[in-house]
Write a protein that binds this ligand. Structure first.
Ligand SMILES: [Mg+2]
Length: 339
């Protein structure tokens, strides 16, 4: 009923989207709403925006601002970015959700419906317009809490649409598995169990599965048979899970996604969600982990390991959640929101 307002994806913020991954998938053009999407309503471009756009340009994206706001406001914002040497386009008085200026944005960027993405904070203008034009859209949480009155009035309606959106997504989920990846010490199993309970799915922990099969703990397997042997077991388990059907929540070992073969198997298995952490928080996370002995003792080495792994996790995950400041229940909420 409301599907024409549904975003293709939802993200915590414009700054929290896996742009590298999207570029790899073939996307080349990014159209941005400005107010509450990039900065608080009416604010000038800040360091964060400039840094983001610089990064996006470096990846290879073309960027166009598309705002319903008036010329002086949009130009001021545009200048704030362009004086820093970052190239982008802008369109003011866009009349979103009218299709006309989404098309113009693609024309100035030289991109197509297939390789362009739209990022905005409102359903009935931003996302609806993108959908009408045939462009994939990201809905982000509005930056500003103090919003203009005409936007505030629309928020309750947005909530209703988003309720149906999530419900529909859950129904689609019936045909898939949910796969949680992340570094040792992230609450993959705890969150996985809660998600399984809320969806009525089975919960599977690959480490436990291997331990049951072998009658040994993971550290024992690694100590007795070596890490390669353990990784082989992980690959076998993934292949078995592929035959197990759908509606499982699967928590994986932190090292599992590092093997090329496993990456493909994980993606095949279902919707992959990464519980992401900052490398500097790794030590704190793993200090009580039962497999702590399998990790480097040196703090710097540990951080390097997390950085490397996060790079791979990001590549294969459909969605990344930054979990450093979140409780288990908040992570569950984030997963449900992104599904
Ligand atoms: Mg906006």
């Amino acid at each position: 009923m409301f599907s024409r307002f549904y975003p293709a994806e939802m993200a915590e913020s414009s700054y929290d989207i896996d742009y590298e991954g999207l570029y790899k998938k073939g996307y080349r053009g990014l159209i941005y709403d400005i107010d509450n999407t990039l900065v608080e309503h009416g604010n000038d471009a800040n360091e964060e925006v400039i840094e983001l756009f610089r990064r996006l340009r470096k990846i290879g994206f073309r960027i166009c601002l598309l705002s319903n706001n008036k010329a002086p406001r949009v130009r001021r914002f545009y200048r704030g970015v362009s004086v820093k040497g970052v190239r982008l386009h802008y369109i003011f008085n866009a009349h979103k959700p009218s299709r006309k200026n989404y098309r113009r944005a693609m024309l100035v960027m030289g991109t197509t419906k297939k390789n362009t993405l739209f990022i905005g904070d409102q359903l009935f203008t931003d996302v609806y317009g993108a959908n009408r034009t045939g462009i994939r859209s990201f809905l982000v949480k509005p930056i500003n809490k103090r919003e203009e009155i005409q936007i505030v009035l629309k928020r309750p309606l947005e909530k209703i649409v988003l309720f149906f959106f999530r419900k529909d997504r859950l129904n689609r989920l019936k045909n898939t598995n949910l796969v949680l990846i992340g570094f040792m010490g992230t609450p993959k199993a705890e969150v996985g169990r809660k998600l399984a309970a809320s969806y009525g799915y089975n919960f599977i922990d690959t480490d436990r599965l291997i331990e049951e099969k072998m009658g040994m703990t993971v550290p024992e397997i690694v100590a007795k048979k070596g890490e390669d042997y353990f990784r082989d077991l992980e690959t076998i388990v993934l292949k078995e899970l592929a035959l197990k059907g759908k509606q499982n929540v699967i928590a994986t070992g932190g090292g599992m996604p590092m093997r090329n073969k496993n990456q493909k198997l994980l993606r095949k298995l279902g919707y992959v969600i990464c519980l992401g952490i900052e490398p500097k928080h790794a030590e704190e996370r793993v200090k009580d982990a039962p497999y702590r002995a399998l990790l480097p003792e040196d703090g710097k080495q540990l951080e390097r390991m997390v950085t490397e792994r996060m790079f791979v996790y990001r590549m294969i995950a459909h969605h990344v959640i930054a979990v450093d400041d979140l409780s288990e229940d908040e992570i569950v909420g984030e997963v449900e929101r992104c599904m």
